[in-house]
Design a protein around this ligand. Structure first.
Ligand SMILES: [Zn+2]
Length: 590
């Protein structure tokens, strides 16, 4: 075993005759789909039958195209410079745009049907997709004409999408220069960012200073990208008739405003506890005025737990088994079937992800496995995503599309199972290291995410009045950080450039609060699991099964959680702030 994933279940390579055949077949499917819609919208035939035909073709084309898309994505993520795959990926985006016009026509047609409920009621298939139909009705008033929707999706390829790739290229090729221990270094940005976790204080500080200074070279280009991308969003939001971008985001996320507000309010109340943690970490590292940004990720205690990949896999399977056999069996199957690309290598992207391939009911997981407890918990996290997909195996692709805030539920729950187990097996020093790492992660997901939410809200507001300059963007970022981190951080050593390399401002809007939702919801679920370890796993699987066909409030209700109430969020945050109390006690000076 070489640690590479095996993609043969999809295609052997971009030269595989089957791959080339499928690429052409996609064109045929698109034109067949378009003709079907053209026919249905003027047909006087049986509407129930027509809708069934549409739905079946829509499901088929979605499964088909997502397999092709997933394959290219997987190839490129381990071989970034594969030019063939790059070329095919661009082709795929143009092909996707061709689907916008027929889909819009069909959505408008469905919206105009007088007796949709009766029509749906006559067919089992349609009834199974009632939520999707209701969603089309809900969005009806925001849909523009088919021509307009079509030109928008084509223009995005040369507008926001082009800016996103340009920005990604600027960051990928960005180099940082500095002197460390009398040695001149020039390193890619991603490598410099990793130095934030270096055990050597001098390295962390020098790397941070060089990083901040280096952005001068690319700040104008990135600011132009941010202005263009968010400007396009504002134009479209207004044209579609939404009051705000946030309103549109909540609608797309199937989340009530009341729920978001309850969560944000609980998060705000918890900030003082996080600041106490940051100040303690600052003291431990010898700072007086709160933690400087460059020490946010500094290790406070040397962590010794090491797991090679085999040990990590065994550890995960063993502890997943305490939760449920189904979860453990899934993990074992994914590991044994070479679904995981394990180690870092040249041309491979950083980080980790899990990609589901619904068409073959499999998934692939990318890791950059090193051997720390953090790597084991990342592996558990990604397997959690895979398990979520497994629970959706019997659902159609339409009913499997869960919204962003629910996307991180299963993953974080699995991470929690493994981390809790690790704490139990650790010695005292390791315990502090694990708890600190967990609080540090939570600080990112609660405090930093809160700052990103504030920044993005402020940026949209500023962008409405015209171009936002680099200096203005930096000020917005610093203000958001001060309001969130308060006296936890040294206010003279913040990070005015966090909008540059973070990809989250350049994808879906407000790609921040879903993380907080994911963490806190998973914490709440774990607490429920501890109350009833016998029956919870089954209920939990049932909940994952419906994540793609209900509003979030309804999904969470199926397991007895009311996310519209602040109490729920407070209880989840208390689990984290209790850990902070524990950390403060463990690290008290005698
Ligand atoms: Zn995840």
């Amino acid at each position: 075993m070489d640690g590479n994933w095996n993609l043969d279940a999809m295609y052997k390579s971009c030269d595989d005759p089957q791959f080339l055949t499928d690429l052409n077949k996609f064109d045929e499917l698109i034109s067949d789909f378009t003709q079907t819609v053209e026919h249905i919208v003027v047909s006087s035939g049986n509407i129930t039958q027509n809708l069934e035909t549409y739905l079946k073709k829509y499901i088929a084309i979605s499964l088909f195209s997502s397999k092709l898309g997933a394959y290219l994505h997987l190839v490129l993520s381990t071989d970034a410079n594969n030019e063939k795959a790059q070329k095919y990926r661009v082709q795929m985006s143009s092909k996707y745009s061709l689907l916008t016009e027929p889909m819009t026509k069909m959505e408008l047609f469905i919206g105009n049907l007088q007796n949709l409920d009766t029509i749906i009621g006559e067919s089992k298939l349609l009834l199974e997709h009632k939520f999707a139909f209701d969603e089309i009705l809900r969005e009806q008033k925001y849909i523009l004409s088919p021509d307009m929707e079509s030109i928008i999706s084509k223009l995005k390829n040369t507008g926001s999408s082009a800016w996103i790739s340009y920005k990604a290229k600027l960051i990928a090729n960005h180099k940082v220069e500095f002197r460390l221990n009398d040695e001149y270094k020039i390193m890619p940005l991603t490598a410099v960012l990793n130095l934030a976790e270096s055990p050597d204080p001098e390295t962390r500080k020098i790397a941070y200073k060089a990083e901040i200074k280096s952005y001068k070279k690319i700040e104008e280009g990135i600011a132009a990208a941010l202005n263009a991308i968010k400007g396009e969003v504002l134009t479209l939001t207004e044209k579609r008739g939404y009051d705000t971008v946030l309103e549109m985001t909540l609608q797309n996320s199937r989340l009530e405003k009341q729920t978001l507000e309850a969560m944000l309010s609980a998060m705000r109340d918890s900030l003082p506890m996080f600041r106490k943690y940051l100040r303690r970490k600052a003291e431990m590292l010898g700072h007086e005025n709160g933690l400087p940004w460059y020490d946010l990720f500094a290790p406070v205690i040397e962590e010794e737990m090491q797991f090679d990949y085999q040990q990590g896999s065994d550890f995960i399977i063993k502890h997943f088994k305490t939760f449920s056999d189904k979860l453990a069996d899934f993990a074992k199957h994914a590991i044994d079937s070479e679904w995981i690309d394990i180690y870092p290598k040249e041309g491979k992207v950083g980080g980790a992800f899990c990609a589901g391939i619904k068409d073959i009911k499999q998934c692939r997981i990318l890791l950059n496995y090193g051997g720390t407890i953090g790597d084991v918990s990342t592996m558990a996290h990604e397997l959690g995503h895979g398990f979520h997909n497994l629970c959706l195996d019997e659902e159609t692709i339409i009913n499997s599309r869960y919204p962003m805030p629910l996307a991180e539920t299963a993953s974080i729950l699995c991470e929690t199972i493994v981390k809790q187990a690790a704490v139990k097996e650790a010695n005292d020093a390791e315990k502090i290291a694990i708890i600190e790492a967990e609080i540090s992660d939570a600080t990112q997901i609660i405090v930093d995410i809160y700052s990103r939410f504030l920044f993005e809200s402020a940026f949209f507001e500023a962008r409405e009045n015209g171009y936002v300059t680099v200096e203005e963007i930096k000020t917005l970022m610093l203000n958001a950080q001060k309001e969130s981190y308060g006296d936890g951080l040294d206010e003279n050593v913040l990070h005015p450039y966090m909008w540059t390399w973070k990809s989250h401002y350049y994808g879906p809007n407000f790609y921040n609060f879903p993380y907080a939702f994911g963490l806190l919801f998973a914490k709440g679920l774990y607490a429920k699991y501890l109350e009833d370890t016998q029956n919870f796993p089954e209920k939990y699987e049932q909940m994952l099964k419906v994540t793609g066909k209900m509003n979030i409030e309804q999904v969470t209700q199926t397991i007895g959680i009311d996310v519209t109430k602040k109490d729920f969020w407070e209880a989840s945050l208390k689990i984290i702030t209790d850990d902070i109390e524990k950390f403060l006690t463990l690290t008290q000076k005698q």
